[in-house]
Design a protein around this ligand. Structure first.
Ligand SMILES: Cc1ncc(COP(=O)(O)O)c(C=O)c1O
Length: 495
């Protein structure tokens, strides 16, 4: 197999390898069932790092062109992965949601989900967690040796070493930040809270995507904000509607998840990011960009909106919860310009600083060089389990269900027919040991359209079993609503 690499080209090497393998498959030179060269042999042959080959294979796997078989290597897929549902036509019918202050169900929902997760035999498709790193004990032991830092108070913005490492990591994601612009926070939830309480006063309007992350909606509800939910399309937040509401309501903040959006899994394009920022500049509205799933992308993604920001209008939020360990509670925020000091002071009186043990463990992991490999493995596992979930949904879900095909992250979003009683179905699923998040949780009015968020970060067996149970429930409810329709039509005819 000949693969010519142009080392002067701006196109990354792994994408050149991806393109060459794709065209060999398209031309028939490589056929369904053919085994691809091992990672090591191809890396030696092309004189590139093994990680470069892993990245290329990851992308091909995400496209459904090849698949990994445990212990045997990579093979060309005999059939393309899926599906009518692959087409990027995610555009549910929906209207802008206007939500006045009041109501907050986040506490009850969080408690119920955490308790349900702990039940033996539960298939947890609700939260998505990364697999813990293999060498955690060694890392934690090394981190604990830094007794000095543990026996006194530290800086509210976090340890300089960790801020330096986080800044370096951000550069790889296209975001050139300095350690002085970073604040290490207790998970990104705290970063969201610090930023929202800084930018928004009770009674102010705030723009969010609909659907969006329920933990962000909860903070806004708690602080008494009025929320405008702008519909999500396949490209991201509908920008025409955004402009309309920027003009009419003069909101104080736009909250957006530009990369691997929770819950839909969608990533916006560079053009969408530029337009969103231009609108925010025109209407002088700060942006809070929450990219909790950054780093879990199967394909290259554009740099964050913060990278385009020349007027300190964007506050960026990230976390180690989705790529490393949620229990450590280490997140961070990038705040530039005049807002930094005010937010830092707020952080100090909240909790002084993030646990130095947690910071030291993350720092040690980043320093050990294992983090990049861990991310690469996570991505490979996640693609595999995403594909298994897509195939299971093809088999078990009714044709009326539609879903997104995320190119990374931990979730996909299933849009359901209007007559599915999704809240009741979520409870029924729970009684059969399948835990999911009902789509209504992700809309500011706690309604939206019928949908559910499913995490694919699960074992193949759990995915198969969970999806088959959900599929049966969906079909049962569709049959029932079909019967209801026939009955009401018969009634109309007999009147
Ligand atoms: C989009 C988004 N932002 C923030 C968070 C909060 O995560 P953490 O506080 O663990 O960093 C989550 C958690 O699910 C999330 O999905």
């Amino acid at each position: 197999m000949k693969i010519f690499l142009d080392r002067q080209s701006p196109k990354p090497i792994y994408l050149q390898i991806r393109d060459r393998l794709s065209s060999l498959i398209k031309s028939g030179a490589l056929q369904g069932g053919d085994r691809l060269p091992s990672i090591r042999s191809l890396a030696e042959n092309l004189q590139v790092n093994k990680l470069t080959i892993i990245e290329a294979y990851n992308v091909l796997e995400a496209d459904g062109v090849i698949c990994a078989r445990q212990g045997s290597g990579y093979f060309v897929n005999t059939q393309p992965l899926v599906s009518a549902n692959l087409k990027p036509t995610f555009a549910p019918e929906q209207e802008v949601i206007i939500k006045e202050p009041g109501g907050n169900s986040f506490f009850d929902m969080h408690m119920a989900a955490v308790q349900a997760q702990a039940q033996p035999g539960m298939i947890d498709m609700s939260f998505g967690f990364p697999r813990p790193p293999k060498n955690l004990m060694q890392i934690a032991k090394r981190a604990l040796k830094q007794a000095d830092a543990l026996s006194k108070y530290d800086l509210p913005q976090g340890q300089l070493t960790l801020r330096r490492q986080t800044a370096q990591m951000s550069v790889h994601q296209g975001l050139d930040v300095s350690p002085e612009d970073l604040i290490i926070t207790n998970g990104s939830e705290q970063a969201l809270s610090l930023a929202m309480y800084h930018f928004v006063q009770p009674g102010d309007w705030v723009i969010v995507e609909a659907p969006t992350y329920f933990g962000a909606i909860a903070i806004l509800e708690n602080l008494g904000a009025k929320i405008i939910g702008i519909p999500m399309t396949a490209e991201g937040m509908n920008l025409e509607l955004l402009e309309q509401y920027l003009k009419s309501h003069r909101p104080k903040l736009i909250y957006t998840i530009s990369t691997l959006h929770n819950p839909t899994g969608l990533t916006t394009t560079q053009a969408h990011r530029q337009k969103l920022l231009a609108l925010a500049e025109e209407y002088e509205c700060p942006i809070l960009e929450d990219n909790a799933y950054e780093g879990l992308n199967f394909e290259p993604v554009p740099a964050p909106i913060k990278a385009l920001d020349k007027h300190d209008l964007v506050t960026y939020v990230g976390t180690f919860s989705k790529t490393f360990m949620p229990g450590l509670r280490v997140g961070y925020m990038v705040v530039t310009g005049k807002h930094y000091q005010a937010i830092l002071e707020r952080k100090l009186f909240h909790d002084v600083h993030v646990s130095t043990v947690s910071q030291a463990i993350v720092s040690e992991y980043l320093a050990s060089g294992h983090y990049r490999r861990h991310l690469s493995q996570l991505r490979a596992e996640n693609i595999h389990s995403r594909n298994i979930m897509l195939q299971a949904m093809e088999r078990y879900f009714p044709a009326q269900a539609k879903w997104t095909v995320p190119k990374g992250g931990l979730f996909l979003w299933v849009q359901l027919p209007a007559d599915i009683p999704i809240e009741a179905m979520t409870k029924e699923a729970l009684s059969q040991n399948v835990l999911i998040f009902c789509g209504s949780a992700f809309f500011p009015d706690k309604q939206g359209y019928p949908a559910m968020r499913l995490t694919f970060a699960n074992s193949p067996q759990d995915i198969e079993q969970g999806i088959s149970i959900l599929g049966k429930l969906l079909k049962k409810h569709l049959d029932k609503s079909g019967e209801r329709m026939v009955r009401s039509q018969t009634l109309v005819h007999s009147i």
